[in-house]
Ligand binder design. Sequence first.
Ligand SMILES: Nc1ncnc2c1ncn2[C@@H]1O[C@H](COP(=O)(O)OP(=O)(O)OP(=O)(O)O)[C@@H](O)[C@H]1O
Ligand SMILES: [Mg+2]
Length: 276
Amino acid sequence: MFDPGTTIGWTFNLFSELPSDYQRKHPEVAVVDPPDAIEHLHDRQSMLQDVADLNIHDCSATVGVPKQLVIREDSQSIPREVAEAGLCLPLVAKPLVVDGTSKSHELFLAYDQSSLVELEPPLVLQEFVNHGGILFKVYVIGDFVKVVRRFSLPNISRRELSKLTGLFPFPRVSSAASSAEDADLDPGVAELPPRPLLERLAKELRHRLGLQLFNIDLIREQVNRDMYFVIDINYFPGYGKLPGYEHMFTDFLPSASKSKEKTGTMGNEFKLCMQY
Ligand SMILES: Nc1ncnc2c1ncn2[C@@H]1O[C@H](COP(=O)(O)OP(=O)(O)OP(=O)(O)O)[C@@H](O)[C@H]1O
Ligand SMILES: [Mg+2]
């Protein structure tokens, strides 16, 4: 339970001044996640760089990121850059910056090289990984790690690929997708990633990102079943969809407060800051 004197504030756009100035002026406030660390997740390249650097192998499984390329300008050069980087079609094209606008979540599937010139940089081009249409959402709340299954994009077969050309926009899967927890899934696709692997991934990412509240979108490759890919990391995701999140939060917040206490800058007030 919380100390009765503790105030919990859910604050949006809290910092009208520099975060460092705010913290200096209000040492009584425990800031759970610093805005500059959150900022790191607003760029799809820097977001996944930490995963790429982790080099996680556990229980005979490996976690990595799909092969990807950043295009900052000049759409005409994309087919050449893709060929030089050795990226295989189909590709998922994602806006480089994730700023909370719907445009930053407008994704395309690109089936052939020549149509890549129609894309609008800056963007990230990522190899599409066949993963059986199921995505694992790994929720992190401090030490708590919980994984759920969500529907995702279906596999694309070689035969389909040979028949398809062009760019295809696809709807925002996360907002549309209902939970896949109760679906009648192929056991091979439904099998959750090994717990030790998830715990290690969450712990190392918490450390590297300097964040406590985020989720990781993880997919498992269909052909090489020991290979998992992180495709997205979201700060302060919709925890409302996570069963039992209330208890995780009520356990997490006092522990975060205590760790602040140990550093000698204990606050009796909590503010969870969302910046967009
Ligand atoms: N490399 C990939 N291989 C296969 N499928 C992918 C890949 N990248 C993304 N997807 C699919 O596209 C969806 C959206 O991708 P991503 O999460 O990167 O974008 P987003 O803009 O953050 O979308 P959302 O807000 O829905 O999470 C994923 O949930 C997954 O179904
Ligand atoms: Mg996502």
